[in-house]
Design a protein around this ligand. Structure first.
Ligand code: MGP
Length: 264
């Protein structure tokens, strides 16, 4: 199970399997008033309706998930534009699912044959599943995985038969989306953000894990573009899009063509 205790899975014997339904825990909150909210996430709570339009319909969050959840208009923009190359990608893997903001937006496009959404923290995964059901997103369409996405990808690339059959996807038709932790809100104090300093995973850690696949990275708006440019495969370009709300950039997304498997 990639280092995490299995939750919800019914079958035994695979390194990774679909998570099944995960129950909400005491760490999953639907805050109703600011007085209930820890001070360091009050700013995000104030923006709850731009993060989830249907917040009042029972959206649940862990406290840590507030820092990284993608606001709905931005998640929808990415979901609409999600394309790295001319390849006909049919499967999308969301490797840092968090509370589900991006996965929900991807699912709402109905553009993918399958979405695999991976989250390491069981309580956060429970929130994502709950939030997807608030948005009426079909549970059969999203395959949830509780575990470490780096270990999942390693198995997918090197030993796919160790994955449950529902997770054995055609990697030549798969695109990956990553909205990793940036190391907390402190990133914004740097005029240009050095992606080697991103915590706990640097840009090299991420790129090393994702390079065979077309992938889109959701990163700080001030990310050093020279570092991103260096990730482009030979003779290919990387598209970088600034994502704005109310006239101000919130983040950027970099669309990076995969290198395939032969050249890795
Ligand atoms: P922010 O930088 O904390 O707020 O988050 P900002 O831009 O100062 O906005 P304002 O409301 O104070 O004006 C902005 C957006 O960046 C969040 O809504 C998230 O979508 C995203 N974000 C922020 N952090 C710290 C992370 C992170 O660690 N990981 C990911 N993936 N996204 C983050």
């Amino acid at each position: 199970m990639g280092g995490a205790a299995p939750v919800g899975g019914a079958e035994i014997g695979y390194e990774f399997e679909p998570a099944g339904w995960v129950d909400l825990t005491d760490a999953c909150h639907h805050y109703q008033g600011k007085h209930e909210v820890p001070w360091d996430i009050q700013k995000y709570f104030s923006q709850r309706y731009s993060i989830f339009t249907y917040y009042d319909d029972g959206i649940h969050m862990t406290d840590d998930a507030w820092f990284g959840v993608t606001p709905e208009p931005i998640a929808n923009q990415i979901a609409g534009e999600m394309k790295v190359s001319d390849k006909k990608n049919k499967v999308l893997i969301d490797v840092f699912c968090g509370a589900g903001g991006n996965t929900i937006a991807f699912a709402l496009t109905e553009r993918w044959d399958r979405i695999i959404s991976i989250e390491r923290d069981a309580a956060t995964l429970a929130c994502a599943q709950n939030n997807a059901s608030v948005y009426g997103v079909d549970d059969d369409y999203i395959t949830w995985v509780h575990g470490d996405s780096f270990a999942f990808l390693k198995t997918l690339f090197s030993n796919p038969s160790a994955l449950h059959p529902d997770l054995q996807v055609d990697i030549n038709a798969t695109i990956l989306f990553a909205s990793p932790p940036w190391g907390g809100p402190g990133y914004s104090t740097d005029e240009i953000f050095n992606l080697d300093n991103m915590q706990p995973y640097s840009i090299s850690d991420l790129h090393e894990a994702y390079r065979p696949l077309d992938h889109a990275l959701f990163l700080p708006r001030t990310s050093d573009l020279r570092q991103l440019a260096m990730l482009a495969p030979e003779d290919k370009k990387i598209d970088v899009v600034q994502l704005c709300m109310e006239g101000a950039s919130k983040a950027l997304v970099a669309y990076i063509p995969g290198r395939g498997f032969e050249k890795v």
